[in-house]
Design a protein around this ligand. Structure first.
Ligand SMILES: N[C@@H](CCC[C@H](N)C(=O)O)C(=O)O
Length: 275
């Protein structure tokens, strides 16, 4: 393959390699994505976002969004697997489109994802994403080595299991692949461990499907907020601070059943690669 451009960015230290591909000329293989994300031999990242126009790809989610959203987030985890949605990545993509693609930050920006169209709004250095309606799917159990935890299954367009623990150290090394009920999660799962830090204030550690332990997960933080709000019996509209190892996100569950996530996005480098 010839050289092509990349941009590196992160949201609360969940880091991504963006491949600008407006015209749909750089379909990536799983192997290429894994090479790009390799932290020693590649650029390094928790995932890759191919930035493609909805009319330049035949991905069914992009095709369905044509006419409503100009841009499609083609997201892949660092092992090359596809995901429906990435909450931190979409903020980084939004910032990239504002700084590199003539998108006006004074207007709401619609971006197509495999979990539907998401709407971003920009205010100062913060970006709010309307993450849509969460789905609470019931209880489950997750294990790492010989330890098990009760967890709540929540979909934010992608699958999550949220387990409350006494201490985030209890989870031990999240480098170990968790075990879970494959009937509940036929497509795999993102696993979040949560502790309470105060009123409407929680902290998490996450093991992401396809990427391992990361410094943050936007969809995971939303799933955690939903589990915490349900367990607190919190009123709709209550704002939660969700701390992640790489920063902090503000999350609200609205009266009309949508999750609004607000957080930062940063672009740190750009260049050319032939990986
Ligand atoms: N880091 C992301 C989630 C990325 C996808 C996830 N690993 C999955 O496979 O669903 C986020 O910020 O939401």
């Amino acid at each position: 393959m010839n050289d092509y451009a990349f941009v590196k960015g992160h949201g609360t230290e969940n880091d991504f390699v963006l491949i600008p591909d407006a015209n749909g000329r750089h379909e990536l293989t799983a192997e290429q994505v894994a090479r790009i994300c390799d932290r020693r031999a590649g650029i390094g990242g928790d995932g890759v976002i191919r930035v493609v126009r909805t009319d330049a790809t035949e991905d069914p989610a992009a095709v369905a969004a044509r006419g409503e959203a100009r841009w499609f987030m083609d997201y892949r985890n660092s092992d090359g697997s596809l995901s429906e949605m990435c909450g931190n990545g979409i903020r980084v993509l939004g910032l990239y489109l504002v700084t590199h693609a003539d998108v006006d930050p004074r207007e709401p920006l619609k971006i197509a994802t495999r979990a539907g169209i998401k709407v971003l709004t920009f205010e100062g250095d913060k970006i709010t994403v309307d993450m849509g309606k969460p789905e609470v799917l019931g209880d489950t159990k997750v294990s790492i080595d010989d330890r098990s935890w009760a967890a709540t299954r929540i979909s934010m367009g992608n699958p999550h299991a949220v387990a409350f623990v006494d201490s985030l150290d209890d989870a031990g090394s999240l480098l170990t692949e968790p075990d879970y009920d494959h009937g509940h999660f036929p497509e795999g799962v993102n696993l979040e461990f949560v502790v309470r830090r105060g009123d409407h204030h929680v902290a998490l550690r996450v093991h992401e499907r396809g990427s391992g332990e990361t410094r943050s997960c936007g969809t995971g933080a939303c799933a955690v907020m939903v589990a915490a709000a349900l367990s607190d019996g919190a009123e709709r509209g209550t704002s939660y601070q969700v701390d992640v190892p790489g920063g902090s996100l503000d999350i609200v569950w609205t009266e009309d059943d949508r999750i609004l996530m607000t957080g930062p996005a940063v672009l740190v480098a750009e260049g050319m690669t032939d990986l």
